[in-house]
Ligand binder design. Structure first.
Ligand SMILES: C[S@@+](CC[C@H](N)C(=O)[O-])C[C@H]1O[C@@H](n2cnc3c(N)ncnc32)[C@H](O)[C@@H]1O
Length: 403
C-alpha cells in the first residue's frame, strides 16, 4: 500500500492552537485510511470548527467531505453528562418531582443541595432533555419529561433507574481502572484484591445484592418486555429462565402468555427476592422458583430455556458447559434463548455490545460478550440444529438455538 499524498497539512501542524489537536489526531487517522487530503477551508459550524478536506480516493474522482471533530469531543466529554444523569437518579430527583412541578429553589431544598447547584444542575438536565422546565429564571418550574416519568421515577412500574444507581455506585469508579484491566486481563471491581468469585463477593452484602437485582431489572426490562411480545411461544408449554434474578423474564412472559408455566432458576440467596417479586405480580400459580448452582446442578427440564445476560458472564469453557446443560434439559424441538447486547458478526456496529464486553473484563476478567455467529457455532458444536436472531430493544437481541 502506498502512503497517501497529504497536501496543505502543514498549515494545521504549524498551529499552536490546542483546539486543533483533535484535528491532527483525526488527520493522522485518515492518512492510514489511504486518502489524499487537501485542506480547503476552516468555517465555523455551531461553534465547532469544521475542516473541509478534498479526498482523492485511490480509484475514484475527487470528492469533498466535511470532517468534524464533534463526535470525538462529544464522547471525550461524555462522562460529564453521564455523571449528571447518574447523580440525579441517585439523589432521587425524578422521583421527588413525580407528577409535580417545583422551582429550582424548592428542588434544591427537597434534595438537600447547596444553593450553588441551582440552576446549573437542573438546567444541564433540561438541556440534555432529561428534564422539562416551564418558564425562565428563578420562578421557572421543573417537571419530568414523559420518559423521565415512565423510566426514572421510582414509583413507576416501568422504572429502570436501578441500572443507573449501580452504574453510579460501582461501575463509574471501576471503569477508571480500564487501563489496568487492559494491561492485566484482571477484574477491577470488588474482587480485585480478594480470592472470592464475583457473585460470592457481590452477594456477601445484602444491600449490594438488592442493588444488583435492581440494576438487572433496569437493564433487562425493555428486552424482556420485547421478548415476551415478539417471540413465538405457541409451540412451548414450559419455560425455565436460568439465572432469573428477580423473576422478571418469567413474570413478563407469563403475564402475556396464559398457556405457559415458568420457572425462575437462580442461586439460593436470590430465591427469596424472586419469590417476593412473583407474589407482587400475583403470578405464584404459573411462575415458580428453583434454587441451585448452574455449574454443579442439572438445569430444570423445560421446553424453552432462557438465559438473560448469563453466557456473557463466563469464559468459553463455562459458556459451553451452560449450553450443554441447556441442551440436556430440553426435549427435541425445544429451544435455548440467549438475551444479550449481541455483537454484530463483523464486530463493527454494536458499540454497546462491544463496551459491554469490556465491562465483562472489568467485572470478571476472562468473561466476554459475543456475536450471533459465535452463539450459532458453539450451539452447533453441542448439537443444536437450527438458529435465529430476533432483535429486541436498543442494542439487545435474542439468539435462539433449536434442538
Ligand atoms: C448478569 S445477571 C442476569 C440476570 C437476569 N438474567 C437478567 O438478564 O437481567 C446473572 C444472574 O446469574 C445468576 N448466577 C450467577 N452464578 C450462578 C450460578 N452458579 N448458578 C445459578 N445462578 C447464577 C446471578 O445470581 C444473576 O441473577
Amino acid at each position: 500500500m502506498s502512503l497517501p499524498k497529504v497536501q496543505e497539512h502543514s498549515a494545521l501542524q504549524e498551529t499552536e492552537d490546542p483546539a486543533f489537536q483533535p484535528y491532527l489526531v483525526f488527520l493522522a487517522h485518515f492518512t492510514l485510511c489511504d486518502l489524499a487530503l487537501t485542506l480547503r477551508s476552516l468555517p465555523r459550524t455551531l461553534g465547532v470548527q469544521t475542516i473541509f478536506l478534498q479526498h482523492e480516493h485511490k480509484h475514484g474522482s475527487p470528492m469533498t467531505t466535511p470532517l468534524n471533530p464533534s463526535s470525538i469531543l462529544q464522547t471525550a466529554f461524555g462522562f460529564w453528562g453521564s455523571k449528571v444523569l447518574l447523580t440525579a437518579v441517585e439523589m432521587g430527583l425524578f422521583t421527588t418531582l413525580g407528577n409535580g412541578r417545583l422551582t429550582g429553589a424548592e428542588l434544591t431544598a427537597q434534595l438537600k443541595l447547596h444553593a450553588r447547584a441551582n440552576p446549573d444542575f437542573f438546567d444541564a438536565l433540561v438541556a440534555m432533555k432529561f428534564l422539562d422546565r416551564e418558564g425562565d429564571g428563578p420562578e421557572a418550574k421543573y417537571l419530568n419529561t414523559p420518559e423521565g416519568s415512565m423510566f426514572l421515577d421510582a414509583a413507576s412500574p416501568r422504572y429502570i433507574g436501578g441500572i443507573l444507581v449501580m452504574l453510579n455506585a460501582r461501575l463509574f469508579k471501576f471503569w477508571n481502572d480500564l487501563p489496568e484491566a487492559l494491561r492485566t486481563g484482571r477484574p477491577q471491581n470488588e474482587v480485585k484484591h480478594g480470592q472470592k468469585g464475583m457473585f460470592e463477593e457481590l452477594y456477601s452484602d445484602q444491600l449490594r445484592l438488592e442493588q444488583f437485582m435492581g440494576a438487572m431489572t433496569g437493564i433487562s426490562r425493555p428486552n424482556f418486555e420485547a421478548f415476551a411480545e415478539k417471540f413465538d411461544f405457541s409451540k412451548f408449554k414450559t419455560l425455565c429462565d436460568v439465572g432469573g434474578a428477580t423473576g422478571l423474564l418469567s413474570i413478563e412472559v407469563a403475564k402475556r402468555h396464559q398457556h405457559l408455566t415458568c420457572t425462575s432458576f437462580d442461586l439460593p440467596v436470590v430465591e427469596p427476592i424472586a419469590k417476593r417479586h412473583i407474589a407482587a405480580a400475583g403470578l405464584e400459580t404459573r411462575v415458580r422458583t428453583a434454587a441451585g448452582d448452574f455449574f454443579k446442578d442439572p438445569l430444570p427440564k423445560a421446553d424453552l430455556i432462557t438465559m438473560g445476560m448469563i453466557l456473557h458472564d463466563w469464559n468459553l469453557e463455562k459458556k459451553l458447559h451452560l449450553i450443554r446443560s441447556a441442551y440436556e434439559a430440553l426435549p427435541p424441538g425445544g429451544a435455548l434463548v440467549a438475551i444479550e447486547s449481541l455483537i454484530d458478526d463483523a464486530r463493527r456496529e454494536n458499540v454497546q455490545g462491544l463496551l459491554m464486553s469490556l465491562n465483562m473484563l472489568i467485572e470478571f476478567g476472562d468473561a466476554f460478550d459475543y456475536s450471533g455467529a459465535d452463539f450459532r457455532r458453539w450451539c452447533g458444536e453441542v448439537g443444536f440444529t437450527r438458529f435465529e436472531v430476533l432483535h429486541l430493544a436498543g442494542p439487545s437481541s435474542a439468539a435462539v438455538a433449536y434442538k
